[in-house]
Design a protein around this ligand. Structure first.
Ligand code: PLP
Length: 407
């Protein structure tokens, strides 16, 4: 007996649901790769990436996933033998650091416990100790998709400046760009990177990097530069050089459509929508957690991300059984626990092309699964989510981000 039919719903943190309009934007013939409209398209995308990243810094579009954009960021500013400080808050900064290590970069990890955000004061203290300035870059993730923590990038940027340290600040915004505010210039970020397939509602395959002044300066002497990733090559006049070869035309058509949708909604509203829906998820998880079988991975409410929620499961409660039930019976695909949380957690993604019915439907499906599998949980999680949304999304008022920031 199943109650699934029609389109499967992806509640995984990437790739995410692709809007029909974005899919349709790709259904067209290829164009000549120097054609004027295509050159103009590249121009418009690079311009709008500046709006998303909150920067005047130069932007690059790679045919790559997030791992590729990581490598682009590292190889353009660092040399073999350089040292970087990785700020741990889950799996992804560690993986970025592993990529650096394989490039011959020395990696020091500022340890985290996977259940808290990065502590800016610890970053400042560590940099303060580094009198010789041996640390060339600090690597952090804004939202770590494994732990579901959100780090305070502004505060970390401030900590680096307070330590009067010259390290470049490099930030991964793969699971956050276009979902929560990002202000590269205001926050003192030197290199920011992201990808197309999470909050940006586009198929996997585009990697984005923004490179500030200090990063461009470091770039001049970076020893790890390679032909494909190299910023200088891509700064050339020819459109062909912008992609170090043939442009990923159809992904660009798709991305244009996704950006048009984000800007038509208004970024502030996009951020607010993510906040409201995330909070609805958290209300539900909070209620389910009352029986001690389930628990938020991130302990502090203020450190829980607006794009994904990682739920820990007690010993003897099998998250894979729940995931399997939701997928095979209901057509809802939840995220699995990854890294150290493999087999110990499930994740509910709420990023990108999400709305109230998708999120309430997902929560309802999870609650249905908990009941069907006999997993102890507080009843009424979905009800709590409905009450939250019903109280916040009023018929008369235009909602405002500031007034809804409280969790
Ligand atoms: C998904 C993700 C990545 C990796 O992106 P891929 O496209 O899978 O290479 C990196 N960082 C974060 C925070 C992510 O969520």
């Amino acid at each position: 007996m199943v109650v699934r039919a029609g389109r499967e719903f992806l509640a995984v943190p990437g790739p995410t649901n692709i809007p029909d309009q974005v899919l349709q934007a790709m259904h067209r013939p290829a164009v000549e790769l120097y054609s004027k409209p295509l050159v103009a398209l590249t121009h418009s995308l690079l311009f709008d990436l500046g709006r998303l990243f909150g920067t005047e810094a130069r932007r690059y579009i790679y045919i790559a996933n997030g791992h590729g954009a990581w490598e682009a960021a590292l190889t353009n500013v660092l040399s073999r033998g350089d040292k970087v400080l990785v700020l741990e808050s889950g799996k992804f900064a560690i993986d970025w650091g592993d990529a650096a290590a394989r490039l011959g970069i020395h990696v020091e990890v500022l340890k985290g416990d996977g259940r808290h955000a990065i502590r800016p004061a610890e970053v400042e203290a560590r940099l303060h100790e580094d009198k010789a300035g041996s640390i060339k870059a600090v690597l952090a993730v804004q939202i770590d998709t494994s732990s579901s923590v959100v780090n305070d990038i502004a505060a970390i940027g401030h900590a680096i400046r307070s330590a009067r340290h010259d390290a470049l600040f490099m930030v991964d915004a793969v699971a956050s760009l276009g979902c929560v505010p990002f202000e590269m210039d205001a926050w003192g970020v030197d290199v920011a990177m992201s990808g197309s397939q999470k909050g940006l509602m586009t198929p996997p395959g585009l990697g984005f990097v923004a490179a500030g002044e200090r990063a461009r300066h470091a770039h001049r002497n970076a020893g790890l530069r390679t032909p494909y990733w190299d910023w200088t090559t891509r700064d050339g006049d020819s459109h062909y050089q912008k992609y170090a070869g043939t442009p990923p035309e159809h992904l660009l058509f798709a991305f244009r459509q996704a950006l048009d949708m984000l800007f038509a909604e208004g970024l502030d509203n996009v951020f607010l929508r993510h906040r409201l829906l995330a909070q609805a998820v958290r209300r539900a998880v909070d209620v389910w957690s009352r029986r001690k079988t389930l628990e938020f991975n991130i302990i502090e409410a203020s450190e829980r991300a607006d794009t994904v929620t990682t739920v820990l499961t007690a010993d003897g409660c099998h998250p894979e059984a729940l995931r399997d039930y939701c997928e095979s019976k209901c057509g809802v695909v939840l995220g699995r626990g990854i890294g150290t949380l493999n087999g110990k957690a499930f994740r509910i993604a709420h990023m990108g092309h999400v709305n109230a019915p998708m999120v309430l439907g997902t929560l309802g499906t999870v609650e249905m699964g908990l009941r069907a599998l006999g997993i102890a949980h507080g009843a009424g999680g979905v009800q709590a989510a409905i009450e939250w949304l019903g109280d916040k999304v009023r018929p008369d008022a235009g909602a405002r981000l500031e007034t809804s920031l409280a969790r």
